[in-house]
Ligand binder design. Sequence first.
Ligand SMILES: CSC[C@@H](O)[C@@H](O)C(=O)COP(=O)(O)O
Length: 355
Amino acid sequence: MRTVFWEDNKVKMIDQRLLPGTFVLAEFDTVEGIARSIREMYVRGAPAIGATAAFGMALAALRSQATDREGLLADLRAAKATLDAARPTAVNLSWATARLLTLAEQTQADVDALRQALLAEAQAVADEDVEINRRMGFHGAELIPDGANVLHHCNTGALAAVDFGTALGVIYACQEQGKRIHVWVDETRPRLQGARLTAWELMRAEVPMHLIADNAAGHLMRTGQVDVVIFGADRVAANGDVANKIGTYKLSVVAKENGIPVYAVVPTSTIDLNLPDGDHIPIEERGPEEVTHIGETVIAPENVPVYNPAFDVTPHRYITGIVTEEGVCYPPFTQSLRKAKEAAEARIAARRRQR
Ligand SMILES: CSC[C@@H](O)[C@@H](O)C(=O)COP(=O)(O)O
């Protein structure tokens, strides 16, 4: 089953807040509901957020009462503002809403045809995501030797995308190729995406793994038990600086200190060429309860002051390569990322002409 999909004029998604204990689908049929599903993390992971936001724009078009093109465009611009505000770091969100809005602005058609075109484009965003992840998996698997111990942070699997996943997609591709891989799964405090989601996914896929406390990663790297570090990203700046789940920076620095290669696996929709470097990437701050509670259990004194940044930036000098659907980008990233992004945009334009 896909993580997020369109059915009966609604957006349906696996409610990731409840995993691994409970598997249920949530459904939303308003733009505000979609924004809430992203903000409250029913759905999370950069590509999954992007696909959800694309469906949100399609919903906005279908629900719009506008009878002329200008009225519909105004409703779409309002929907984009609502959706983009849901979470700030993953650029896939505004990339997807911009893709749909731009299509609407550039298509000369009556409102009903425009509505159908937007729904088709949202579905294309979701379908392309699955295909892109498979291509990244194939490119990334080339970098992982048979028998490797791979350290992974956060959740980048099928749940973080429409299906298959980014960095975990590389692991799944290795498995399909018959490589013997073992994964060290960082628990990923404070929201525990590693323990709750990645461990759940890898166990279902029967990939050999061990769940580790985040603080164990340095010890494993220094004692020669890690061959490769891989993770996804929520935004990559033009110079190759990578914003990903909090804790990624620390991992990458320790990996470099120990001579271990570090790969980020990202669709080109995660590359933001408008930002020169990682210092310009907005870092989401989330609520204190993520730190003071585990589930219902309180683990800190009442009213303790908390600071909870959800992402950090890893400067590009700690990144060995960035795997995209167009191939692996190496330094100088300023050039290689631009080339990958342009190739992907040409591919999207060609696909659209075929439809
Ligand atoms: C496809 S995964 C890349 C990132 O989106 C992932 O590693 C991550 O940091 C997700 O954070 P989350 O806060 O769970 O949405």
